[in-house]
Design a protein around this ligand. Sequence first.
Ligand code: C2E
Ligand code: MG
Ligand code: MG
Ligand code: MG
Length: 278
Amino acid sequence: EAKAHGRGEWRFFSDDMDARLAASLRLESALRSALAEGSQELQLHYQPICDARTGAPVKVEALLRWNSPTLGPVGPDRFIPIAEQSALILDLGHWVMNEAMRQVAAWRAAHGHAPVVSVNVSVRQFLHKDFELQLYSLLLLHGLPASQIELELTESVLAGEDEELQGLLARLRDAGWGLSLDDFGTGYSSLSYLARFRLSTVKIDRSFVRGVDQDARKRSLVRAIVSMGHSLGLVVVAEGVETEAERGVLLQEGCDQLQGYLLGRPAPAQDRPPTPAA
Ligand code: C2E
Ligand code: MG
Ligand code: MG
Ligand code: MG
């Protein structure tokens, strides 16, 4: 409703909306300074993705962490959506890709090999006209093969369903990039996306994994995704595995890889030396 403010101005915001808008503007401007060179507020953590049978780590997912001097630690679930409302997500996405590749190159230099690193990519970033060029500039800069990086996309990226998008995904796959569909089952879904686009991996969302050992419906859903994924030649990953009971069921249902606190929490690179060769 409209309210009178000081100096006679009328504003069509409730106090609550005002407060939320102010908070999000504050966050956006703090994030801008986090991206300034030498700020050291941003860091990537890495979480292992493990072979379901042996438990051996086969990949790692890069997860962005932000420690703001003014706001304290802020989680990506809070700041990514705000960055996505502006062009800020492009700079943030570039920072993440560059940092992930820098780390992979450092692991390769130190150990002769590195695990595939899976990097989350926002819709707006992925659909930007310069994205593909940026990927290759960064690969060249860090001297890496495309096969070291997997791009994690959400279903919203695929909702466009145009030919240009299909072409881009096919080109990336042909060039060796991994393409993974994140949070599967939470979007507009979805089984049709799996068939239409050339992906390499599908990740079953945590909401279907949590308590899968105690919920026959979740279990049927997992079974359906595994069967569909395998018939399309995709690697099926279960996200958010926290208990042995969940692990047991996911293994029985044929998931190929598992990710979750049970197998390892996200941690800074120095705490997570790469075990597997890529
Ligand atoms: P996501 O890509 O689905 O990442 C998995 C999230 O689940 C991570 O949360 C991870 O820490 C958390 N997780 C992993 N195992 C478990 C578990 O066993 N139990 C529970 N409860 N949680 C688990 P995080 O790091 O807070 O990231 C949240 C979301 O923020 C990510 O979801 C992703 O969508 C987004 N995000 C994170 N980093 C980036 C980034 O660099 N770029 C973009 N565009 N998005 C990012
Ligand atoms: Mg992800
Ligand atoms: Mg996910
Ligand atoms: Mg997510």
